[in-house]
Design a protein around this ligand. Sequence first.
Ligand code: AMP
Length: 501
Amino acid sequence: MTNEPNHRSPLVHRVHLTAGSSERRLLEVESGASASFRDLVAGAASFGAALLAQGHIEPGDHVLILAPPGIAWARAFLAVLFAGGAVVAAPLAAPRSELAYITTDSGARLAIVSNELADELPAHLSKIDVASAIEAPPELPVIDAAAAALVLYTSGTTGKPKGAVLTHENLAAQTSSLRDAWGFAPNDVLLHTLPLHHLHGVVVAFLTALTTPAEIHMLAKFDAGTICDELSRVTVFMAVPTMYRRLLDHADALDAGRRDAFERACRGLRLATSGSAALPVTLAERWRTITGAIPLERYGMTEIGIALSNPLDPAGRKPGMVGTPLPTVEIRIIAEDGTDTDGPGELWVRGPSVMKGYLGREEATRASFRDGWFTTGDIAVRDEDGHVRLLGRSSTDILKTGGEKVSALEIEEVLREHEAIAEVAVVGIPDPMWGDRVVAAIVPKDGAASACTTDLLRAWAKQRLAAYKVPKDFVTMPALPRNAMGKVLKPDIVRALSQDN
Ligand code: AMP
C-alpha cells in the first residue's frame, strides 16, 4: 500500500499527473454543479481507500456502477480504479433482467449505485450509495498495468452480451493515441452527452478529456435544445450519427436568431467527431453546410478501442470513410480465401488498445482472435491512399442474394438521397429463392408516407442501383429500433419482418 496512488498503472499515473493537480472542472450541465479535477481525484482516492479499508472490496474485484452521468459517477469510477478494482459499466434504463444478467456474468461483488436505481439491481448484491461520504486516508494498492480496469458489455446485436475486459494498459494506450491524433489540449472543453456504459462515452470522451486534462461539460441525457445552448461554451463535440440528425432537425425548427447562434457555435468548435455507427454522407454534408467541414468520423469497437480515424485536418477527411489506422494500430483486410487484400474482406486489428478477452468466455475469446489479430467481423475496403471504407458487419450487413453479395450500408447510403425517406435500414430476410431477400425498412419524412410505396421507391432505386441491389420490398415503420448508442438493431427488424411473412 502507498499513500500516493500507485503509478505502475500508466492510466492511474496519468490521471494523477494531469487531472490530480488541475483546476479544470467537470460541470454537470443540467444542475450547474461542478468540481475541479483536483477535488474529484482527491475525493476518489479517499472514497477508494475507504471501500478497501471498510472491506467493501478487495483489489481485483469487479464493481458495478449504476448512476447518472455527473460528478458522483466520475468519483465512483475513479475510486474503483484507484482501489485496484475493475468497473463494470451498467446501462441506465435497462430492464431488470439485463442488469441481473450483467451482475451474474460479471461476478460483481459490489454495486455503487444512486439511491433511486438501487431497486433495479438484484437484492443479493451488496450496494453502496454513489453519494456515500465514506472516506479514508488515501492508502492505495499497487496496480498492475495488465490488471483489468473496465468491463464493457458488447451491444449484443447478436447473442447474449459479452463482457470485454479492458486493462489499465489498454485504456492508457487508447486515450494517449486519441489525445495526440485529435490534438486535445488543456484549453479544450468537451461537451459530453454519450452513455457511460459504452466505449465511446467512457473511454473516447470522458477518459481522453480527463487525462488531457480538458474541461468536461457533462449532460445527464441527450437533449437537442440543451446541446444547442451549450455548444457555444465548448470546443469539442463527440456524438453518434443519430445525435447529429436530431440536433440538425432541432436546429432547422429554430427561429432565425437562435438558428444563427447555433450555426455560429457549430463553426466555433475546434472538433466534432462521429462514430459507433456509419455517418450517412447526407448527414455529414448537412454539417459541412454549416461549419465548412464534415465531422471527423472514426471507427472502433468495444473490444479494440478506436482503431481508424479520419485526420484532424478537415481537408484530409473523406465522406463515407473511416480513415486510416491510428499510429499504434495495425490492420489487415482478409479475403474469404484467407489472403491479404485491399478488400472487400474482414478487417483484422492488432495493437495495444485491443482487449485481452471476454470475461469468463475462453471459447469466444479464442474464436475472435487469429494469430494474435482480433477479427472484427466488419467488412472493409481500402482505397489507394490507405483510407478504409466499411461495408458493414458480415453477420447483418453483408447480404447474399441470388448468388450476389451486397452491402446493406451502400444501399442505405443511396436510399437516403430520396426526399421522402427520413431513415432507412436494409436487411436480409431469409428466403428460399433468394437466400437473403433484400428488404428496406424505412421511416418516411413527416407527411411523405404516400411517396413511400414499394412500387415508387423501387422505380426510383432502379435508376441508381444495380438491379440485384434494389430492395424487393420497402416496409414503412414509425421508427427504427435502436440501442442506447443509436445503433440500429437489425436482428429485431429481421425478426419483425420475418414474422410478417
Ligand atoms: P460497439 O462495440 O458497440 O462500439 O460496436 C462496434 C461496431 O460498430 C463496429 O464493429 C462497427 O460495425 C460499428 N461502427 C463503429 N464505428 C463505425 C463507423 N464509423 N462506421 C460504421 N460502423 C461503425
